[in-house]
Design a protein around this ligand. Sequence first.
Ligand code: SAH
Length: 217
Amino acid sequence: MTSRIPDTDYARARAKMIDRLKHRNKIRDEKVLAAMASIPRHGFVEKMLAYGAYDDTALPIGWQQTISQPFIVARMIEILCEGRELGRTLEIGAGCGYQAAVLSRIASEVYAVERLRMLLDRARENLRPLRLPNLRLKCADGTNGLPEAAPFDTIIVAAGGLSVPPALKTQLTPTGKLLIPVGDANQRLLLIERQGNIFKESWHDDVRFVPLLTGTE
Ligand code: SAH
């Protein structure tokens, strides 16, 4: 990292972020907090923005996309972790790769897909120094899921659409869980828990994600 800000300052900012997630945002899952503490978020944003990487905001990562707010990353993973292991996990919308890195600390295997080739190249660069052996990235349209690696215990979608792409439900294991932002201007997190042929739905936090689009570029 060639930033002029000393690493100790980043470590301090990261510790503050974890403190905020715990005490203000009430993130309780120690696994999630430990995973977030272990990933240097400043390595996933432009150098110009690195000083703000630990603030609780989304930041631009180019190509009109954003790195998700730390609270939302933590909250989504916490919802999916409740009372279970993440297991084999598919992330749709890898963006700069930050959430994929956090997931790889908790899940047994992570497949992360991104529809923008250039952004995926950036994610690969961001992730390389971390050497995460259980994380695979692919340029693909995640509305089709990832049939060649299905089924998944967990599917997490980092972009919002008006409905749930049907392929995603079919690529869950019989006890798999899927979390996806649904809505237009006002989105909410929809959790789908599969129990065999039954898909139980519950609504969680209000969120604002970039749109879930189709095709690759
Ligand atoms: N997970 C990221 C957030 C990325 S923003 C983080 O850690 O911060 C959401 C990403 O979803 C964007 O990069 C966008 O290009 C991507 N995206 C949107 N629709 C998609 C689709 N159908 N398949 C794969 N990626 C998609």
